[in-house]
Write a protein that binds this ligand. Structure first.
Ligand SMILES: NC(=O)C1=CN([C@@H]2O[C@H](COP(=O)(O)OP(=O)(O)OC[C@H]3O[C@@H](n4cnc5c(N)ncnc54)[C@H](O)[C@@H]3O)[C@@H](O)[C@H]2O)C=CC1
Ligand SMILES: CC(=O)[C@](C)(O)C(=O)O
Ligand SMILES: [Mg+2]
Ligand SMILES: [Mg+2]
Length: 347
């Protein structure tokens, strides 16, 4: 573990240098890693593990679109691709990568395959933390571990193929074998993480649910929509409103933030912009702080989990979500966005 200073707070971080791929392969050489579920994280993690030389199989419902996707990705039925139960029976490490709601349905079946000494692996603290709602209570004689890549499974795979990595958090909920730590770190390295930050299941899920509802996804769309509407109400054209709300941010300014922080992005904008941004950001912070506090309280009370379980457990959950995504896509702002994207010089 390397001790790193994060803004004055010291934290332990596992690096690839101290836990190289060869060591990870050595730790897991006698394990069969069964990746259950082939949605977004499933493919990213399973393919990265395979390409890194681990013994990995995929478990997926037969006669499903994702079964076909797994076949198209090179998994071979009967050899490396199995029905969920068969894969769970074969695996010594079971990566439970169904949707969080889907995990609840499958749990009674999966539990039967958790024989002593196996490891149950999650990429989210959801199932364990909200156990009153999920009913996911693992037997005492298995390891229960977590590696949560901090980004989409799509990015996890893309960055791996580009020779880079995505950072992940990791946690141990239960160490039955005495090997939980080496197993979880080896898996974290194997799935393509760059650096591994230790946390616990509850902190992982509370921060993750807050982040995705907040600044990563929910809040950002809300702020875009509000500014776009103000500009449109004041007579600005859709292209002008979109460019000044989204396009400039994603194409020009966010890459600068990613590279070297907010002050660096500010410093590369005009002094006029700097004066205004330095004055206004605090107002936006004050205006949104109560909403973030309300959000965190809702996460901590289990209300966000309840809402997501109820909504994503209906037979037509995917169609319903797609309808709402379509609404977003067809809104004027994102239609303007589609037109603007076509005009990118490299498109
Ligand atoms: N999407 C992402 O990139 C990230 C996901 N996670 C976590 O990783 C885990 C997996 O998430 P995703 O890959 O997004 O899942 P997903 O929503 O793509 O679903 C994964 C698979 O579960 C299947 N499934 C859903 N309900 C089922 C049921 N009742 N029975 C059998 N199969 C069912 C789906 O068909 C799909 O193949 C979750 O715990 C999630 O919170 C963590 C970080 C990022
Ligand atoms: C991509 C990710 O880490 C999220 C947003 O938390 C998720 O997909 O659940
Ligand atoms: Mg996340
Ligand atoms: Mg999440």
């Amino acid at each position: 573990m390397a001790t790193i200073n994060f803004g004055g707070v010291l934290e332990e971080v596992v690096t690839r240098e101290e836990f190289p791929m060869e060591k990870a392969r050595e730790v897991l050489k006698n394990e069969v890693i069964a990746v259950i579920g082939y949605g977004v994280q499933g493919p990213g993690q399973a393919l990265n593990l395979k390409d890194n030389g681990f013994n990995v199989i995929v478990g997926q419902r037969k006669n499903s679109k994702t079964w076909d996707k797994a076949v198209a990705d090179g998994w071979v039925p009967g050899e490396t691709l199995f029905d969920i139960e068969e894969a769970a029976a074969k695996g010594t490490i079971i990566q439970f990568l169904l949707s969080d709601a889907g995990q609840i349905t499958l749990w009674p079946t999966l539990k039967q395959h958790l024989t002593p000494g196996k490891a149950l692996y999650f990429s989210h603290g959801f199932g364990i933390t909200y156990k009153e709602q999920t009913g996911i209570i693992p037997p005492a004689d298995v390891d229960v571990i977590l590696v949560a890549p901090k980004g989409s499974g799509t990015s996890l795979r893309r960055l791996f193929l580009a020779g880079q990595g995505l950072n992940s958090s990791f946690a141990i909920f239960q160490d039955a074998t005495g090997r939980a730590k080496e197993r979880v770190v080896a898996l974290g390295i194997g799935v393509g993480s760059g650096y591994l930050f230790e946390t616990d299941f509850k902190k992982e899920v509370f921060s993750d649910l807050t982040g995705e509802r907040g600044s990563l996804m929910g809040c950002i769309q809300g702020i875009f929509a509000a500014q776009y509407e103000t500009l449109r109400r004041n007579g600005h054209s859709p292209s002008e409103a979109f460019n000044e709300t989204v396009e400039e941010l994603t194409q020009s300014l966010m890459p600068l933030v990613a590279e070297n922080g907010m002050d660096w992005m500010y410093a590369n904008c005009s002094t006029t912009a700097q004066r205004g941004a330095l004055d206004w950001w605090k107002k936006f912070k004050d205006a949104t702080q109560p909403v973030f506090d309300e959000l965190y309280a809702s996460v901590a009370a289990g209300k966000e989990a309840a809402r997501s379980i109820a909504s994503n457990s209906t037979p037509d959950y995917r169609e319903k979500l797609n309808e709402e995504l379509k609404e977003l896509r067809e809104s004027e702002m994102w239609q303007a966005g589609a037109a603007v994207r076509k005009l990118r010089p490299n498109a």
